[in-house]
Design a binder for this molecule. Structure first.
Ligand SMILES: [Zn+2]
Length: 372
């Protein structure tokens, strides 16, 4: 079995104590300050590279003593981020770097793993605690074992004022056993997905409950006076429910993508799924669109890790309208209300979504054959 080294990220919620919480908040502020400080000194024609920035950092720390209270590696990381933003700009890949604000940017900072000559490590995990520079040991909710070599950790404060870490590791993974199974997947309207084997995978049941809650809270928020105490209370509650939904979704997408990759050698999906979801609210539509692209993302890197193949087919392929038995195209099936239809040519009776996923599979296998 072949093995390879891959980058993996593990996310956990951490539960810092009051003091640690204050320090995290301070650190996030300092990282933003350093970024903005050096950005303010840069202009189109005058840009300092990371090494120049870094040599000026000690001077800045002397000027602003409070910068010394936080993780010094994270300040350097912030300069690397600024350097990267400039490089993107000069390559024409992005706009001129923007100042970071508390309101518009992620509340986070990143720190790097290193080992001192004395042998102590900057980041360590022991049981359900993680050691981070300046913070010391912080408790976290360990939902799975972290394997591999730690590279860096991002500490993030969410909109609901909860704290999370994302631990990036380099890990050796072993390819999964090869099978001869192939599967086509269609994104459902009512359900999350339908496979060419006729399997229907529903959205996690808890989700609709939370989505109703979000709708109710949004209504309540609209009735409150903006920026009043009660308005903030409802807004915070809303952020918490949103986070819960995001976490449930992520977990669901991870488990499902791993299962599909494990069971199949070839997986075929449509590359960009923009379905006209007339019956769904805008919220539900945006959630399912985001989920789909995330799901395809997960499938893509897991296929790469485990020696499987993901084939993406063109969105313009009329997967719903073709008869998967004889290839006849029935344009009327375009209408989303058509759930079941009969092929006028070969008289097969089709379930709309299962037929579509069978077509997706066939199209994908043709592409696979053509590329060999
Ligand atoms: Zn037919």
């Amino acid at each position: 079995m072949q093995t390879k080294i891959v980058d993996k990220a593990y996310s956990f919620r951490i539960t810092p104590n009051k003091k640690q919480e204050e320090l995290i908040n301070k650190n996030i502020g300092c990282v933003r300050f350093v970024f903005n400080h050096f950005l303010a000194q840069s202009k189109d024609d005058k840009y300092l590279s990371y090494s120049k920035f870094a040599t000026q950092l000690p001077k800045l720390k002397k000027e602003y003593n409070w910068l010394r209270e936080v993780d010094s590696i994270s300040l350097q990381q912030s300069l690397k981020d600024l350097d990267k933003a400039f490089k993107r700009f000069f390559k024409g890949l992005g706009g001129f770097p923007k100042f970071k604000s508390k309101k518009n940017n992620k509340q986070s900072y990143r720190t790097q793993y290193f080992k001192r000559s004395s042998g102590t490590e900057s980041i360590e995990i022991k049981d359900n605690k993680i050691k981070l520079p300046k913070l010391g040991w912080v408790k976290f909710r360990k939902s799975r074992e972290v394997t591999g070599k730690i590279q860096n950790v991002t500490i993030r404060k969410s909109k609901a004022n909860k704290y999370y870490i994302s631990v990036c590791v380099q890990e050796e993974v072993e390819e999964l056993p090869q099978t001869d199974k192939a599967i086509g997947i269609d994104l459902g309207l009512k359900d999350f997905l339908i496979t060419s084997n006729g399997e229907v995978v529903s959205n996690p049941r808890t989700l609709s409950k939370y989505e109703n809650k979000i709708a109710r809270l949004n209504k309540r928020l609209a009735k409150k006076e903006e920026n009043s105490n009660n308005w903030y209370k409802v807004k915070n509650k809303l952020a918490r429910v949103h986070e819960k939904v995001a976490n449930i979704r992520k977990d669901f997408l991870h488990k499902l993508s791993t299962k599909l990759i494990r069971e199949n050698q070839t997986i075929v999906v449509e590359s960009l799924k923009v379905k006209n979801m007339l019956k769904n609210s805008r919220l539900a539509k945006s959630i399912s669109d985001v989920s789909w692209s995330k799901f395809v993302d997960y499938l893509s890197y897991k296929a790469e890790w485990y020696g499987k193949e993901l084939i993406k087919i063109d969105t313009f392929f009329p997967s719903s309208q073709l008869c998967s038995e004889c290839g006849y195209q029935k344009k009327e099936v375009k209408d989303l209300s058509v759930r079941e239809w009969e092929c006028p040519k070969c008289h097969s009776i089709h379930d709309r979504d299962i037929n579509a996923s069978k077509n997706i599979l066939q199209q994908g296998l043709q592409l696979q054959l053509a590329s060999r």
